[in-house]
Design a protein around this ligand. Structure first.
Ligand SMILES: Nc1ncnc2c1ncn2[C@@H]1O[C@H](COP(=O)(O)OP(=O)(O)OP(=O)(O)O)[C@@H](O)[C@H]1O
Ligand SMILES: [Mg+2]
Length: 529
């Protein structure tokens, strides 16, 4: 092992038992570290963390070597090797991982707390993590850990673990809602998770990418402490791996840094995943952290012999609630929605639909006008499912008195096909975790019913918005928009005729579009929020 040669082959056990001068001893859950000069010596506790049994010296030696090996990819110049620990008589009594000592104050957790700008460091971390993930291995077993059932199993376990604290430390409704949102997301996103696995995004990652494990040196970050106790804790979607750090930055009070890190990671990894998947994994990390914090809360109370309430556990309880809140908010943002924006001609559907789609990442806009034009150009062929007929029967022909130039939007075969294509494209996007906004008239209840069915099948939230304004306003706007179109009078006649014909749409939220566009948008956002 070449790294072994770079370092002192042995250190005295005295360093730990009788630290002198500058030497400091620090204990963690699984190790006792000795900070000595420009080195850190890390001895494993003779215990059984996770899958490992470290009670024998041979096992600890193997674990030390494994730790060096495991971390070398991320920080080869930090994990220097393994030294023997010598007892009073000079005999080998234990082993220690030898690390280069990181300068104080360069931990990312300290930097985000104490510096105003950490953009350069965060970008470098995002780049390093993305590059690391590219090198991480995968296997059949690791791949399976990213499947929808496996991920649902992890959520259920976490939810079960939190149950004793539900209604005591964390509001019962919040936990219920977290469980509902998480499992609903998974229920419809099987195809997305399968795609992630096929794309090789389920890997043997770091497992504990916390800000305190990252040191930002001038020549780049050093990422330490890859999880070694149980390889299963490292396996999963690489997004879930980086989500630990995003959650941690948010927890440390830097949500903007968290967001920037996520964005840079996305850029550096050049992956086309929907933002909902990021939110989903960040929520999972926050939720499991909430659970761990609840356990700590219980331990603190037990040690103090105290009851719940103000006192020693209060701070841990508060922290657990904040983490649950982070999980809840990210799951809200991960919601996958199918939004119909409908209404009569000139009511401002397209204007509103576009504003809604532009308002957040991960919202796909589908426009009936565009699909109809594609179909017309292709001679009515369905571009997505060749040979398929209209899913929904046609409406009666156009009333003659409406004029030859007017095409009754519900009457033609092309309309039925337009809706079929819209919904089949919507399905693919919803299954991939995108929110879909469909701009179409939606005057026919059967098309709306088909959309509602699609939402159910993809476990997406279903929202119907109906744009409404007066015939005169609609006609004036359309005449202004399409300078070559019919005079306003004719347009308003069409609007009136359609209005008298259109079926009731009681399930829709009515959006008044007579007011300025910004107000229309806010009213609609309130409905879908
Ligand atoms: N709230 C509003 N205030 C002022 N102008 C608006 C408003 N909403 C839409 N408009 C304008 O009215 C015209 C018609 O709007 P838009 O194209 O969005 O309607 P539509 O319902 O999609 O029409 P169509 O049935 O032809 O598809 C556009 O020129 C648009 O800029
Ligand atoms: Mg339109």
């Amino acid at each position: 092992m070449p790294a072994d040669q770079k370092t002192a082959a042995s250190v005295p056990a005295d360093l730990w038992s009788r630290p002198t001068g500058e030497t400091r001893v620090v204990e963690t859950g699984s190790a006792v570290l000795c900070l000595h000069g420009d080195r850190v010596y890390k001895r494993k506790k003779p215990v059984e963390p996770g899958l490992l049994d470290l009670r024998s010296r041979a096992a600890r030696l193997a674990a030390c070597r494994a730790e060096v090996e495991l971390n070398r990819r991320l920080a080869s110049d930090v994990y220097l090797g393994v030294a023997d620990v010598l007892g009073d008589g000079g005999e080998v009594c234990d082993h220690a991982v030898v690390l280069r000592r990181m300068p104080a104050g360069r931990r990312l957790s300290a930097l985000v707390r104490h510096s105003d700008r950490v953009d350069d460091q965060l970008r470098a971390v995002a780049r390093a993590v993305a590059a690391f993930h590219e090198r991480c291995g995968t296997s059949e077993v690791i791949g399976r850990s990213g499947d929808a059932e496996a991920v649902a199993g992890q959520w259920k376990e976490a939810l079960g673990g939190l149950e004793p604290f539900q209604g005591k430390v964390i509001d019962a409704d919040v936990v219920d809602e977290i469980g509902r949102l998480a499992l609903r997301y998974l229920a419809g996103r099987g195809p997305l998770l399968a795609e992630r696995r096929r794309a090789g995004r389920i890997r043997d990652g770091h497992g504990d990418l916390r800000a305190e494990n990252i040191h930002c040196l001038d020549d780049g970050p050093r990422i330490l402490n890859r999880v070694e106790s149980d390889p299963r804790l490292r396996a999963g979607d690489v997004l879930g791996d980086v989500a630990v750090l995003v959650m941690d930055l948010e927890r440390l009070g830097s949500p903007e840094d968290a967001e920037r890190l996520m964005r840079w990671y996305r850029d550096f990894s050049a992956q086309a995943h929907p933002p909902s998947l990021e939110h989903f994994y960040i929520a999972y990390r926050a939720f499991t952290e909430a659970r761990v914090t609840c356990l700590r809360y219980r331990r603190i109370l037990a040690e103090a012999g105290a009851e719940a309430g103000p006192g020693p556990g209060a701070e841990a309880g508060e922290r657990a609630r904040r983490l649950a809140d982070i999980a809840y908010r990210h799951l809200r943002r991960a919601r996958v929605r199918l939004v119909l924006v409908g209404g009569l001609p000139g009511t401002g559907k397209s204007t509103l639909a576009r504003r809604l789609a532009d308002a957040d990442d991960g919202r796909l806009l589908l426009r009936s006008d565009a699909v109809r034009a594609e179909l017309a150009a292709d001679g009515h062929a369905d571009p997505d499912t060749p040979g398929s007929g209209p899913a929904i029967p046609e409406r009666p022909a156009v009333p003659a008195d409406l004029g030859a130039s007017f095409i009754w939007p519900l009457s033609s075969e092309i309309t039925a096909r337009t809706y079929t294509v819209l919904l089949s494209r919507a399905r693919r996007a919803l299954e991939r975790g995108e929110t879909v906004i469909i701009d179409a008239s939606w005057s026919d209840g059967r098309h709306r019913a088909a959309a509602a069915r699609l939402a159910r099948e993809t476990a997406a939230e279903f929202l119907e918005l109906r744009c409404v304004t007066s015939p005169e306003v609609a006609a004036t706007r359309l005449t202004r928009r399409d300078s070559a179109s019919d005079p306003a009078g004719a347009t308003s006649a069409v609007h009136r005729a359609m209005s008298s014909w259109a079926e009731p749409w009681p399930t829709a939220r009515v959006i008044q579009t007579t007011v300025p566009v910004a107000e229309v948008f806010h009213a609609a956002e309130r409905c879908i929020a």
